[in-house]
Design a binder for this molecule. Structure first.
Ligand code: GDP
Length: 300
């Protein structure tokens, strides 16, 4: 948690600090409110949430009358938390049934950090005493299976892979079968993320899902999004959500952008909580998404 705050504050601080500075102006005139709006839009918060937030801030500042810096900070903190939401269940389901492992499918466009996230998640689980099987169902990108296997060797998880350009669904099927045979706790399936056509993607991910469900329920479908891609990421999110039922979002590369507002935008877009955030390329750079820590990092 401390690390989350430290890592985030380096890149995100500007958003919260900027807002606080603007709110602290003696005269909050129309121009200032517009600047506040611009600051939020620039940070990828999105149009509707920005308008909601500004409206609520205006209302509360009016009621408050004179404002101390501490009051403004509290107010901004509360309103940002309301916008992000503190009620959602952000845990990743990694408990399967009595006899079967939990199955987590990781989806997203190539380059967003899917394989890295799968590896990091495996590491967290193994460190927590859980046994993990990895399924390298990204058979499209030649290096993906090697990359995943390297992660597996590093963290102590077996990787099930198939022939290059083979059928992703059959790798997923084998991985779950292996997980059951080994009595593993969790099977993590890395999928291919080529956004060729929606129909193609639907075919592929749909098939992976169907074969996994021959063994038992699919417990979690995590969509990996690159926080630095802004609106483009939202478009991708929409396409994936039309193809599979996303249960959680992983926002990667938050270390490399000041646009933390994408958290708000993507949750709105999908109606699904951000569950994990990527804060770097290293093995330990995956953290649970905690709204309070995130907002504290924003405001500094
Ligand atoms: P995939 O194609 O979606 O499987 O993407 P990869 O897992 O291969 O990741 C693409 C690149 O993004 C790699 O260079 C990763 O090291 C990098 N990456 C992944 N997650 C993060 C993150 O949270 N922060 C940063 N800075 N880089 C990341």
């Amino acid at each position: 948690l401390v690390r989350l705050r430290a890592r985030l504050s380096r890149s995100q601080n500007s958003l919260g600090k900027g807002l606080l500075t603007l709110l602290s102006r003696e005269h909050l005139d129309e121009d200032t409110w517009e600047e506040i709006e611009d600051t939020l839009l620039t940070a990828d918060v999105g149009v509707a949430p920005t308008q909601e937030l500004v409206e609520r801030l205006r209302e509360r500042v009016k009621v408050l009358g004179t404002r101390t810096p501490e009051e403004l900070r509290t107010l901004l903190r509360e309103e940002l938390l309301t916008l992000i939401g503190t009620e959602a269940d952000r845990s990743v389901k990694t408990d399967g049934g009595l006899e079967t492992p939990a199955v987590v499918m990781v989806v997203g466009v190539n380059g967003t950090g899917k394989t890295t996230t799968t590896g990091k998640l495996a590491r967290v689980l193994v460190a927590d005493g859980r046994s993990v099987v990895l399924g390298a169902a990204d058979t499209f990108r030649a290096a993906a299976a090697d990359q995943l296997q390297t992660w597996g060797e590093r963290v102590g998880a077996r990787t099930v892979r198939g022939p290059e350009s083979g059928d992703p669904a059959s790798v997923a099927f084998d991985a779950v079968k292996e997980g059951i045979a080994e009595g593993a706790d969790v099977v993590l399936i890395d999928t291919a993320g080529r956004l060729h056509t929606k129909a193609g993607l639907m075919d592929e991910l749909g098939k992976v899902k169907r074969v996994v469900e021959k063994h038992g329920p699919l417990d979690e479908v995590l969509l990996v999004l690159d926080a630095t891609t802004g609106q483009n990421g939202l478009v991708q999110a929409r396409v994936f959500s039309e193809v599979v039922d996303i249960t959680g979002i992983v926002l990667t590369k938050l270390d490399g952008t000041a646009k933390g507002g994408i958290v708000v935008a993507v949750q709105r877009e999908l109606g699904v909580p951000v569950k994990l955030v990527g804060l770097g390329e290293g093995a330990d750079d995956l953290a649970p998404f905690e709204p309070e820590a995130f907002v504290d990092a924003l405001i500094g």
